[in-house]
Design a protein around this ligand. Sequence first.
Ligand code: FAD
Ligand code: UDP
Length: 373
Amino acid sequence: MVDYLIVGAGFSGCVLAERIATVLGKKSLIVEKRSHIGGNAYDYYNEYGILVHKYGPHIFHTNSQKVVDHLSQFTNWNAYQHKVLANVDGINIPVPFNLNSLSLIFPHEKAQHLEKLLLDNFGYGTKIPILQLRQSTDGELAELAEFIYQKVFLNYTKKQWNLEPDELDAAVTARVPVFISHDNRYFQDDFQGMPMEGYSAMFERMIGNNPLIDIALNTDYADILSSIQFNKLIFTGPIDEYFNYQFGALPYRSLRFEHETYNVEFYQETGTINYPNTFDYTRRTELKHLTSQKNERTTCTIEFPQPFIIGENEPYYPIPQTYNNDLYNQYAREAEKIEDSVIFCGRLADYKYYNMDQVVARALHIFEKRINI
Ligand code: FAD
Ligand code: UDP
């Protein structure tokens, strides 16, 4: 008999289990179908001793001091400012596309002219989503927008989502806006960093060795549901799966990762290089740039977008589109009907394109408003 049965040992499940144990002194059983805790943020040391993010590179960034304070109970941080280059016509330019990208792409005079135009129209430090810049009525701005759209966004988005940018919610491409600045960082959040000993070590400190938290790995919750007694269920898996796909399956996008190790100290000049227009992968990330690890070899992770097929691969990305959001809302209404006994929480359960900090903030909010009452 446990107070809470928690499905999924990612950020959502672990943050909630820890709060329930520490603040309420209540017992949880976390059921996780994978062989480890940490969800998609799980990392491990490969055969060369290099820390690898199994499910793709994870960079922590947030404007929420509350989230930083919460996680800092379980980890120290390495300062890290993520930088990304996009390979466009054979040249590596900063993304988000900024004033430095402009100078690398265009001849000096043209770049200066376009810089002045951007500064006059928007002002230094402004971020403009590409779909908004494309609406410019000024001919030169419209031409520049079209260039950036074609060279940086269109083919990357087709590869990543199998959709064009305007077929997705505008918020998707707005994550990487055109930035009227010389700041080459990918994120401008107040806090950015990497857990000093990695994500898995952080999760271990959060929920490992806690007598009030039991963890059943390699276990699908559906297989044990009838044999466990619990007061409340917290579900952090896909919400459509919970409801047996009764309104139809929610679409997700999947990825295949290749982790390659090279016999050189560093392979590329920065953390991530995007390949919008070449290859069938979107980006290559060199982990040692992120983790500050020292090693004579280096490991890169390459991301190959894939269609999601239930039972065959993982639902990494909800696909933010009106039709899918409406379908999700049908499930959310079912969830409301059982809210006294089941809590849905997380990127898959809320069908939202959350970053890690948003997932932590959401779990803390749910704890305060629905559990610690
Ligand atoms: P998850 O981590 O998905 O955890 C859910 C868990 O539930 C999984 O472990 C799953 O195995 C388990 N589960 C599901 N169904 C069942 C079942 N039936 N029975 C038992 N267990 C089940 N965020 C950032 O802030 N920065 C980044 O740089 C970043 N990079 C990312 C890169 C990629 C490629 C991806 C896919 C995501 C990235 N994210 C990033 C987002 C981040 O991974 C998520 O916000 C976060 O991990 C979500 O946590 P969660 O607990 O909600 O879900
Ligand atoms: N994007 C793009 N070109 C780039 C970088 C991003 O077209 O060089 C678009 C693409 O649609 C991508 C979205 O912006 O899916 C969000 O990018 P982000 O890097 O935030 O995606 P994530 O890290 O979540 O995969």
